[in-house]
Design a protein around this ligand. Structure first.
Ligand code: NDP
Length: 246
């Protein structure tokens, strides 16, 4: 596991948006980030799941969260501009952006891969984070030290049979993170890094490996140290790097 112990209140006074915050790793990151003092914007497509996470944060007495339902499949440039406007109006800025939401798509050879699914996976996993980042950059640029995390995968660094568009979308994600890190390095205080969560006990993992015993993988809450490190001030100056959560 990535070795980092977060001090209490590490993320006090930070506003952090997490996509796919209703389930899996995003849900764990949202709860943990609120526990450490941040105002978390819970973005996702299923309102009930976001409400459940909101309630969990509220009941634990952590910093109050906010819900922003948005489907990355259909969201337009205008939707992302509205998101930026709402964040500015409600919170006055943005200090962290965790691109976590993704879909798996088909697990099949390229020879058999449906182009419709291909486009959907590429859009949700790579194009939507690009559109959202572009709209939120002006807010991140005025933060005292903003952190953007892009979520990749083992198959985002080494292609593997039957992983199709998911693998290619994660290569694209890593490329985008590198481009943005290079563009922001000397022009802003924004840091941009990549996290590969590693095998983690979520519904996506179960979908990808139906025959596997889920108990052999850590829970999402166990892989939080790398997210804590990258979102908090201890990672100031670290940009363009790829981190393994485990
Ligand atoms: P889950 O499937 O458990 O959660 C994915 C989240 O993304 C859900 O909250 C889901 O919402 C949301 N989401 C999916 N599509 C959309 C959409 N169109 N609009 C808005 N939100 C959407 O996945 P994990 O927690 O396992 O994965 C999180 C990240 O980690 C992903 O980027 C994944 O690729 C990566 N990863 C995971 C690994 C693992 O072993 N679990 C290993 C390597 C990488 P809803 O619940 O409403 O469907």
């Amino acid at each position: 596991m990535f070795d980092y112990t977060a001090p209490e209140q590490l993320l006090n006074d930070r506003v952090i948006l997490i996509t796919g915050a209703g389930d899996g790793i995003g849900r764990a990151a949202a709860i943990d980030t609120a526990r450490l003092g941040a105002t978390v914007i819970l973005l996702g497509r299923t309102l009930e799941k976001l409400e459940a996470v909101y309630d969990e944060i509220e009941n634990a007495g952590y910093a109050q969260a906010a819900i922003y339902p948005l489907d990355l499949r259909t969201a337009t440039d205008e939707d992302y501009i509205s998101l930026a406007q709402v964040i500015e109006d409600e919170f006055g800025g943005l200090d962290g952006l965790v691109h976590n939401a993704s879909i798996l798509g088909q697990r099949t050879p390229l020879s058999n891969y449906e182009s419709r699914t291909w486009n959907l996976v590429m859009h949700i996993n790579a194009t939507a984070p690009f559109m959202m980042t572009q709209a939120l950059l002006p807010l991140l640029e005025v933060s005292k030290d903003a952190s953007i995390i892009f979520t990749s995968s083992g198959v985002g660094a080494q292609g593997k049979a039957y992983w199709g568009a998911y693998s290619v979308s994660k290569f694209a994600t890593e490329g985008m993170a590198q481009v943005l890190a290079d563009e922001t390095e000397n022009t802003s205080k924004i840091r941009v890094n990549i996290v590969d969560p590693g095998a983690t006990r979520t519904s996506m993992r179960a979908q990808a490996y139906p025959g596997e015993n889920p108990l052999q993988n850590p829970l999402p809450k166990d892989i939080m140290p790398v997210y804590q490190y990258l979102l908090g001030p201890d990672s100031i100056g670290i940009t363009g790097q790829r981190f393994k959560a485990q």
